[in-house]
Design a protein around this ligand. Structure first.
Ligand code: AMP
Length: 460
């Protein structure tokens, strides 16, 4: 059993103190197994999922390799989606707090190139980004990787699934041969092993089981007729009455239709899928995470990397073909010792998927019929919070404390009426109890935040 104290690692006392301040008392299994090798400069192939602490498993390693006095990109993390890149960027910034001088730049698609080029010109030590946009910058010569020491491929299997194989090869061709390559993947298909062989040098291989134990996630499978799916979905909500939920669908059209259907039945739901532009995706994710939308209807790709602290239910409107995807979906609930439920609808012709999940989990899948559910015809599900958007953000040097200060100061709100505050480059989002929205908007219509007038509106 590897030692799971951070102090057993050869990292600086300042980093150990920082980890303590983040509340990381012990290493997670993936960290305990990976970090000793990563810190020795070895290549690593790790089978680990979001939620396992994998970001710190590579983050602590790559930060240890950075020389802040050399203004070149020394670490590159490639992620499949913007949401994951965003999350990885945030975690790396927290891990980098032990030193003042490390600069991280996010390079994701859906954002203008100009400001990204500007940030790169100012010097970046770490770049986190999505494949297409990284390739754009490399081709333009605005991103230079000659001094790269650490390359990380995060959720590599997902990047291959999304068709990024050639783009990744192209990006890797811009990196020096002498580099450390850390490859993280939730699954190990042949394509991943082939990729590892072509880009890694004698990698140490590490596997950890998912963090959640299935015992805290109650799983039930409901057999439905094809045309009854919507009605049965409603039945699941009425019977289980979760405070919030993610509903997984296969297609974008299905996501929109199911979200419309739920809204038509007094359930606050929003769809998220690849057709939304970046601003719309940000807004949907912010509203779900800050409790102003109760149900997210998502495709697997759109929900990738989503990390909601307290998710009550995962509902599979349709079962995925691959039991691993099922396991990954339901792993989002039942976090941190909380109880979660995973409910799945399937038709007779999809019975084999239920069986495959049972085989994969090495325990029988428990099936039921929707007719056994107690229905509550007066059921509604409305999120407790409302989001307001401010037309000012990080670029205006706005911080959460400024907003909190203005709203609890002159605007007269109490702290308990204000929820999560999310700051983006050009705008910010504030979750408010619905009873406080009018008061907040009235104040913002005339009053100031940090000495400036700011426009605010409620998001519907
Ligand atoms: P990840 O799998 O990297 O997405 O991490 C999942 C969550 O675990 C993140 O919210 C991290 O901040 C948190 N985390 C990572 N390492 C530790 C640790 N050693 N102790 C406690 N929390 C951790």
């Amino acid at each position: 059993m590897a030692n799971d104290n951070f102090s057993s690692l050869s990292i600086s006392p300042a980093q150990i103190a920082n980890l303590e301040s983040l509340g990381y008392k012990k290493m997670t299994p993936i960290q305990a197994q990976s970090l000793p090798h990563v810190l020795k400069g070895k290549d690593l192939i790790a089978k680990a999922k979001t939620g396992s602490g994998k970001t710190a498993a590579f983050g602590i390693g790559l930060l240890n390799n950075i020389n802040p006095r050399f203004f070149g990109v020394q670490a590159l993390v490639i992620c499949p989606t913007r949401e994951l890149a965003d999350q990885v960027g945030k975690e790396l910034r927290r891990l980098a707090r032990f030193t003042q001088n490390i600069k991280l730049v996010l390079l994701c698609g859906g954002k203008p190139l100009g400001p990204q080029i500007g940030s790169l010109e100012h010097g970046a030590h770490i770049v986190v980004g999505t494949p297409g946009r990284l390739q754009d910058h490399l081709r333009k010569g605005t991103l230079v990787l000659e001094g790269l020491k650490t390359l990380v491929l995060d959720e590599a299997d997902r990047m291959l699934d999304m068709g990024f194989s050639d783009v990744m090869d192209d990006i890797i061709a811009y990196t020096p041969e002498r580099r450390q390559t850390l490859l993280f993947s939730a699954t190990y298909p042949d394509t991943i092993e082939k990729m590892s062989r072509s880009i890694q040098r004698k990698p140490v291989s590490v596997t950890v089981e998912a963090e959640h134990s299935s015992s805290v996630i109650e799983q039930l499978f409901y057999e439905v007729k094809k045309h009854e799916r919507n009605n049965s979905l409603l039945g699941l909500f009425e019977h289980y009455q979760p405070d919030n939920a993610i509903v997984f669908c296969h297609t974008k059209i299905q996501c929109d239709e199911v979200a419309d259907f739920l809204r038509g039945h007094q359930i606050d739901a929003l769809a998220i899928h690849g057709d939304l532009d970046q601003r719309e995706r940000d807004q949907v994710l912010v509203r779900f995470a800050n409790n102003s939308c109760a149900v997210l209807v998502a495709t697997d790709v759109a929900a990738r990397g989503l990390d909601i602290k307290s998710l009550k239910a995962v509902i599979n409107y349709e079962l995925p073909r691959d039991p691993e995807i099922y396991t990954h979906r339901i792993g989002r609930t039942g976090r941190a010792g909380e109880k979660g439920i995973a409910l799945s609808l399937f038709t007779q012709s999809e019975q084999f998927r239920v069986n495959a999940i049972g085989d994969y989990q090495k325990k029988p899948s428990i099936c039921d019929v929707p007719e056994s559910l107690d229905r509550l015809s007066s059921y509604t599900l409305h999120a407790p919070m409302v989001t307001i958007q401010l037309d000012s953000g990080r670029k205006n040097k706005l911080r959460p404390g400024d907003i909190l200060g203005a709203l609890t100061g002159e605007a007269g709100l109490s702290g308990s009426q204000i929820g999560k505050i999310d700051i983006f480059d050009m705008s910010s989002y504030v979750a408010l109890e619905s009873s406080a929205v009018r008061q907040a908007l009235n104040y913002l219509a005339q009053g100031k935040v940090k000495g400036r007038s700011i426009r605010a509106r409620k998001i519907k």
